[in-house]
Design a binder for this molecule. Structure first.
Ligand code: ADP
Ligand code: MG
Length: 790
């Protein structure tokens, strides 16, 4: 594994098993010592005692105090995570000794770039289909025992934390500790601690409304108040009433807002874990920055050149931005005279690269602190290692950010707000805060949701700066002025108040919660937003006029692990004989960032793209790419890699798309629930069926061309522009449907396909026929139904 590569050379070369065992044991001892230093440890007994007596514990503690990694292990060792059979002493795990026999489907063992993908591909129809079901709708039982669920708002956190905890417990990921995110389930019947996204636990509640396989549910990062977290909190409140003493809830938060949660859950008790925090010097720019990406790169290089050792954590807004920052930084570094380009881990390292506060019990290598001091005396680190972290990276690359920088080097970690509170990266002494974050925004009046880059809140800015002061005094570079800071909102409103609620409302309906307007939300979303989503679900055919879930469409949509609009595309496609193509398109859209578009090579990638280009739109272009990829020999990694790099296509995205496709195929085709048993036909080279299927789901995003070259969204009248990457830009069709809107300088429609305007009333009669009247009638009927149900 990655760690082995970092061992001093003599051990790596020797290949002596016992020596490797010794190295592993030593590493375990060190990790164990680190763990015991965490503030959470001091509170261990008190927390366990509280949970014996109370059904709900609200735990507040600063980021990095050990909440996420330690609390689940405490609960497990105190038998909260074990049912009757209770096997294996996990608390003091002897290095990975327990049998791995039963869990043949654990994919987390191969070191291949996309583990789950490979696991699935190899699994065939057997255990694989069970896994698919579990991932999509939570179908699998956990071997009679009970399990501890820990929810995370973000996939990266679920994955990296699970890996860390597996390591701490000395087990393989997917065994006693696993994780599950949409389209990827790395758990087994042996799993007792399951890190998962909050969205996935919500899906599981669809088929297991009492969450009966969990003895404890931990809602982590509750302060983030994602829409899924909020809905879960509401559902669990109901579960508690029905499950009684058999069930425990722990709500964990990094901000001091325990009161809100305590008030919400009857009989809840709050506890505080105090963290260590060193002073952080906050620096503002004198003038506003035009381009925060450039500013971030300058700031990072400046830190690298001027400041003593310590890693830099740079907050950016998304994968695209991180990718280009990585390239820009590396370019700039290579043109710097003194700075050698990033070299591999090898180097001429003489001393182990431990970081952190002086050598608490580092056997035989007690020189860590001395080495650090020596390096500091000699000067700043020579090399800068640029390490991105985001969800689409392969796991071993994600884990790289946690490895200490080898002596003489410093890490620059390029992260989204994942690193704000969800994950803590050791070694960070400098923070570069661009002051921006990608955020969901929903205009209920227009019924349009978008992802936009927006300024952070003051609370977020403080959290970000705080990351610099975990291990010693630090510095935070805010790339905005002090007066800009004072203008920022104090906190971020809960996501549920600013997002499209269609899929949440659909899931509540599918759980039998008909009165969505009356649901006990901690912060109720705006009434208009709920009504809008009822209207959309009605227009999609998921609800009938009384607001009840329809069997034919609604029930099926709730089971499909995709957005209801895309779910509707898939259902329509099954009827139109193009299920295969629609699945491929949905898989490609879910995979994200398929095309690699380096600025310096624009001519090349544009040329490469021509052979996939469909005049009819971006979805069909994506389909062509998918087909091209699938024609390559599956077993030849080499062929795939070179095809992708020749065509400026991101191989990770393609592997992901293939994986999602495979899972969705099983899901759609499988005859018994949660499979839908739908026929999967192909329409070959005909495009009309697919474009009609897209229309049947994406019609709320239909737009007409305007004389000035812009488009007008039919449902809302809003003016939008085709995204500059769209293949439709050269010959704009009169009518199109698109996936989503993006706000930058203007509002762009992304991923668009040409359709015929006359298909709209035909495929979405409730929405378009007889203009507004029918839709309005539908809305009021649904709203009346909702009101009647109260
Ligand atoms: P909290 O949830 O309270 O923010 P965590 O449990 O996530 O804290 O982290 C506790 C400590 O464990 C952190 O201080 C961090 O340094 C360390 N840690 C967490 N994940 C990793 C990892 N993958 N590798 C190394 N150290 C880690
Ligand atoms: Mg945490």
């Amino acid at each position: 594994n990655d760690y082995e590569n970092q061992r001093p050379k003599k051990q790596r070369r020797s290949g002596d098993l016992r020596e490797n065992d010794a190295a592993a044991a030593e590493r375990r001892r060190r990790i164990d010592a680190e763990r015991r230093q965490l503030p959470a440890w001091a509170a261990r007994d008190k927390l366990l005692a509280l949970l014996q007596q109370h059904r709900t514990l609200v735990l507040v503690g600063e980021t990095g105090s050990g909440k996420t990694t330690q609390i689940p292990q405490f609960l497990l060792s105190a038998k909260f995570g074990r049912g009757g059979s209770g096997k294996g002493g996990l608390a003091n795990g002897s290095a990975g000794g327990t049998s791995h026999g039963g869990a043949s489907n654990s994919p987390g063992q191969g070191g291949t770039p996309d583990e789950a993908g490979d696991g699935d591909a190899a699994a065939g129809p057997g255990p694989g289909s069970a896994r698919t079901a579990a991932t999509a709708a939570g179908g699998r039982g956990h071997g009679g025992g009970h399990c501890i669920a820990v929810t995370q708002p973000r996939r990266v956190a679920a994955m990296t934390v699970a890996r860390r905890v597996a390591e701490e417990m000395g087990t393989k990921i997917g065994q006693q500790v696993g994780y599950a995110i949409r389209f990827e389930d790395v758990t087994s019947p042996a799993t007792r601690i399951k890190y998962m996204t909050d969205g996935l636990l919500l899906r599981e509640a669809l088929v297991d409304p009492l969450l009966s396989r969990y003895r404890v549910v931990i809602i982590d990062e509750a302060h983030e108040r994602t829409v899924h977290t909020d809905v879960l909190l509401g559902l669990i409140k109901g579960v508690q009433a029905r499950r009684g003493d058999d069930f425990r809830l722990v709500v964990m938060s990094a901000t001091l807002d325990a009161a809100r949660f305590v008030d919400y859950f009857p009989g809840a008790v709050a506890a505080l874990v105090r963290g260590r925090q060193f002073p952080v010097q906050v620096l503002y720019t004198a003038r506003p920055e035009d381009n925060y990406l450039d500013a971030a790169i300058n700031a990072t290089l400046q830190v690298h050149q001027d400041e003593p050792e310590g890693d830099v954590l740079v907050f950016l807004t998304g994968q695209d931005e991180i990718d280009s920052a990585e390239r820009l930084l590396k370019d700039r570094l290579s043109s710097l005279p003194a700075a050698a380009r990033m070299a591999g881990v090898g180097g001429a390292a003489e001393l182990p690269g431990e970081e952190g506060e002086g050598g608490g019990g580092a056997e035989g290598e007690g020189g860590a602190a001395a080495a650090a001091a020596a390096a500091a005396a000699v000067g700043r680190p020579r090399e800068l290692l640029v390490l991105p972290i985001y969800a689409a990276l392969p796991p071993e690359q994600q884990m790289k950010v946690f490895e200490p920088a080898p002596p003489g080097t410093r890490k620059a970690i390029l992260a989204t707000n994942i690193a704000e509170t969800s994950i803590t990266i050791p070694g960070v002494r400098y923070v570069v805060d661009t002051g921006h974050v990608k955020s969901r925004d929903y205009n209920a009046k227009l019924g349009l949701e978008s992802l936009a880059v927006v300024p952070v809140s003051q609370a977020q800015a403080r959290q970000r700066s705080g990351r610099a002061g975990r291990e010693g005094p630090g510095k935070a570079y805010r790339l905005y002025t002090e007066s800009d800071f004072s203008q920022l909102a104090a906190t971020t409103p809960p996501e549920i108040t600013r997002c499209n609620l269609a899929s949440v409302v659909l899931q509540l309906k599918a759980m039998g919660i008909d009165d969505v307007l009356g649901f006990d939300f901690m912060d109720p979303p705006p009434r208009t937003a709920i009504l809008r989503s009822l209207e959309l679900l009605f227009a999609l055919g998921a609800l009938d006029t009384s607001g009840k879930l329809t069997e034919e469409v609604g029930l099926r949509l709730s089971r499909l692990p995709v957005d209801p609009m895309f779910g509707r595309v898939l259902l329509a496609a099954a009827g139109l004989g193009c299920g295969v193509e629609a699945l491929a398109v949905v898989a490609m859209v879910s995979a994200d960032n398929v095309f690699h578009t380096p600025r310096q090579k624009e001519a090349e990638w544009r040329a490469a793209r021509i052979k996939f280009l469909s005049r009819e739109g971006d979805h069909l272009t994506l389909l062509n790419v998918f087909r091209g990829f699938m024609e390559l020999p599956k077993e030849s990694n080499k062929a795939r890699t070179s095809w992708c790099s020749d065509n400026f296509i991101n191989i990770r995205a393609m592997r992901k798309a293939e994986d999602i496709y495979t899972q969705l195929v099983r899901f759609m085709g499988h005859p018994s629930p949660p499979g839908l048993g739908l026929p999967l036909a192909t329409c070959g080279d005909e495009t009309t069926p697919l474009r009609r299927a897209l229309t049947a789901g994406l019609f709320p995003h239909a737009a007409r061309l305007q004389p000035d070259g812009s488009y007008r969204v039919i449902a809302t009248g809003r003016q939008v522009f085709l995204h500059p990457t769209s293949v439709l830009l050269e010959r704009k069709p009169d009518c199109l449907v698109f996936n989503e809107l993006m706000h930058t300088s203007r509002t762009y429609a992304r991923d668009a396909t040409a359709i015929e305007a006359r298909w709209l009333p035909e495929l979405a009669p409730a929405f378009f026929a007889a203009k507004a009247s029918a839709a309005t009638a539908g809305v009021s009927a649904v709203a009346a139904g909702a009101a009647a149900a109260r």
